[in-house]
Design a protein. Structure first.
Length: 464
């Protein structure tokens, strides 16, 4: 195998500080990529519990008064506030169709998770739905009634009337997209991002009509389905919202975008995507329109003045690092892929849909936390210099350009590789241990030295 021999380099404690004490950086060698393309999941032939698909009762005619009568006292006593059961029921309520695979984020114990869902099914609050190889959970009429009565402001818009979340998706492709959106909501919730309508600013409702712009004071997430349920929504990528009579000249809405929603922090705006476990056939032109619509609607109109000249960046969620490796391989062959990954956003971060990704979402939505990570590493390096004709974050002690990839920034990584190749330079990359293989294979041992950080130890010291 080609590459440099592995060795371990301790970080100088005097230059990094107490936070970095004991953390080791390893010089990573590039490995031959033996990972084959990920096989697509085979469609399951299993059906529901009794082999039949049960049609959900219509909630169009329900009112808060009728909901109170239908809910009964029994269900209210079973679900206690602040429990994992309540969290699960709450996320099912705001997503409409919740992927069974995501329950492990909320209830890590597999046996307990199974007992919990069985119990709620027996109580008539949820029902399991299996079709086309996809398994999910949905609220029953009783479950919707209970949730709306428990918190009208939070659940009404999702569970009463002809809303997107109150109508099960029809086609397999549509359902897969809905489950993808639900997964993003789960990851955001686990990262401490506000996903609830009653605790975050109503920027797509009252925010459009108030004289003073709403202020985003904490990380909040708005899925593409919130744009529909909100009043007067202007940004709609996945579901087309009909023009209202009072709208004189609705702006054109990009069709076919893969956008799942928007993450807002007090200082940054992110368009969020979920690639799942497959390579997506991106349309860079459509996603550029999506970005521009978000900038026009949120940055310049709704939250005018809060974000200044800050760019709208992107976050791409993916099942694992192997999927990113496939994307980077394709970027060298297909112009559409490289254009999407490098040129659609100034920064497009790749985050895995797992516990590590949740911690990275915390960093992206918290400027102070992200600064702790980057400053800790930069303190052990030399300042960047204008004498190097390329974008870089710092200089190594032996005079090589350095880029930080603790959260993989695809345009930045691609440009770094191109510049090293163009100018015949070698560089260094700082990243987490689970990212090192993919980054190393992409850059090549002849161009870059990969220095990997212990993810679990650093997160324990800086996040927990």
């Amino acid at each position: 195998m080609n590459g440099y021999p592995s060795q371990t380099i301790p970080i100088p404690i005097i230059s990094i500080g107490e936070v970095m004490g004991g953390v080791m950086i390893e010089v990573h060698t590039t490995k031959t990529d033996t990972t084959k393309n990920k096989p697509t999941a085979k469609a399951s032939t299993k059906r529901g519990t009794k082999g039949k698909q049960v049609k959900a009762p219509s909630q169009t005619d329900l009112s808060p008064t009728r909901l109170s009568t239908d809910a009964g006292g029994r269900a209210e006593m079973l679900i206690k506030q602040g429990t994992q059961q309540e969290t699960l029921l709450s996320l099912i309520a705001i997503t409409g169709d919740y992927p069974a695979s995501n329950i492990s984020f909320i209830i890590p114990n597999k046996d307990y998770a199974s007992r919990t869902t069985i119990r709620m099914e027996r109580e008539g609050l949820i029902r399991q739905f299996r079709k086309d190889g996809m398994r999910s959970f949905r609220l029953t009429a009783k479950g919707k009634a209970y949730m709306v009565e428990s918190n009208l402001a939070r659940y009404e818009r999702y569970n009463i009337g002809k809303t997107e979340t109150n109508q099960p998706p029809g086609t397999p492709a549509r359902r897969k997209r809905v489950l993808s959106i639900s997964e993003v909501i789960t990851l955001m919730y686990m990262a401490g991002v506000d996903v609830y309508a009653d605790t975050r600013p109503d920027i797509f409702g009252e925010g459009l009509n108030t004289p003073s712009p709403p202020e985003i004071t904490h990380p909040t997430y708005y899925s593409s389905r919130d744009y529909v349920t909100g009043r007067g929504s202007r940004v709609m990528m996945l579901e087309k919202q009909p023009a209202r009579k009072e709208d004189k000249a609705p702006p054109p809405v990009p069709k076919g975008s893969r956008g799942a929603g928007v993450l807002l922090s007090p200082s940054r705006v992110f368009c969020v995507y979920n690639s799942g476990d497959v390579i997506v056939d991106w349309s860079p032109e459509v996603e550029s329109k999506y970005r521009n619509e978000v900038r026009h609607t949120i940055v310049h109109k709704i939250c005018k003045g809060q974000y200044g000249l800050n760019p709208v960046d992107g976050i791409m969620l993916g099942s694992d690092m192997a999927l990113l490796g496939e994307y980077l391989d394709l970027s060298q062959k297909k112009a559409r892929v490289i254009k999407m990954l490098e040129k659609t956003y100034e920064s497009l971060y790749y985050v895995t849909s797992d516990d590590r990704g949740i911690e990275q979402l915390k960093m992206l939505s918290n400027d102070n936390l992200y600064a702790k990570f980057t400053n800790m590493i930069l303190s052990a390096l030399q300042p960047k210099t204008q004498s190097i004709p390329m974008s870089h974050d710092a200089m190594s002690k032996d005079g090589r350009p350095v880029t930080l990839q603790i959260i993989i920034d695809l345009p930045k990584l691609i440009r770094f590789r191109s510049a090293l190749k163009l100018h015949g330079l070698t560089g260094q990359v700082y990243c987490f241990d689970h990212q090192a293989d993919v980054i190393g294979r992409y850059l090549g041992v002849e161009r870059a030295e990969i220095l990997k950080l212990n993810f679990e130890l650093m997160v324990k010291k800086l996040v927990k």
